[in-house]
Design a protein around this ligand. Structure first.
Ligand SMILES: [Fe+2]
Length: 218
């Protein structure tokens, strides 16, 4: 039978971008050593962490001088993400920045970061085979039928595990549900998390998307 289709294509509608930025290895080694020292200073004396939980610093590290260089990197990466989206208004700030320490058995349950536009994580110290962040499919109804595929691909499954490594920064929409699997190694897993939000959201970004022509009656 003759080919009746003149053209075949697949359009990926409403894609969810995840930005991945790897530091130059030499820069990563230096910054990670500095971050680890600064974090250690903040957490000593170390509180007892209950089994299976995680430990987080204050979310205001972006106000600390020792994290200024890291926050400059976050700004750079955040600006690139907003440029990728071709946004009209890109005036944003870091609204939260903190360190996570996952001891052996530690994990982060599925969650989002409300009241922010973008969120991200940077990996400071990753024990062997503990480098993953898991993103859940934001379309819950899509998992009502999950036929197995011959080989995994991005169109099947209801979660995606992203491999991460020391020196890697991952930025994602703040509304996207994500989690971190159990740290099964004997060493701690250390990462930095951050949130980004428009500085002038109500003034510049949240204006009505259309304007009516009817006059306002008083
Ligand atoms: Fe998170």
């Amino acid at each position: 039978m003759a080919n009746v289709f003149a053209d075949l294509s697949v359009k990926d509608l409403f894609p969810t971008p995840i930005w991945v930025a790897d530091l130059d290895p030499d820069v990563a080694t230096r910054i990670n050593a500095e971050l680890q020292a600064a974090i250690k200073e903040l957490v000593e004396p170390r509180p007892q962490i209950p089994l299976g939980s995680t430990w987080q610093t204050t979310p205001m590290l972006h106000k600390h001088n020792r994290f200024a260089e890291f926050c400059a990197l976050v700004h750079k990466a955040g600006a690139a993400a907003m440029a990728f989206l071709d946004l009209k208004h890109r005036n944003f700030e870091i609204t939260g920045c903190w360190a996570n320490i996952n001891p052996t058995g530690g994990l982060n349950s599925p969650h989002t970061h409300p009241n922010n536009f973008l969120s991200g994580v940077y990996y400071v110290s990753l024990p062997q085979s503990s480098g993953q962040i898991v993103f859940a499919d934001p379309r819950p109804q899509a998992a009502s039928i999950l036929p197995p595929a011959e080989k995994w691909n991005k169109y099947v499954g209801n979660e995606i595990k992203l491999e991460v490594k020391e020196g890697r920064m991952v930025i994602f929409p703040a509304w996207l549900v994500h989690s971190v699997p159990v740290n099964r190694s004997a060493e701690e897993r250390i990462s930095m998390s951050f949130n980004l939000m428009f500085k002038d959201f109500t003034e510049a970004v949240s204006k009505p998307l259309w304007t009516g022509s009817a006059p306002i009656r008083r």
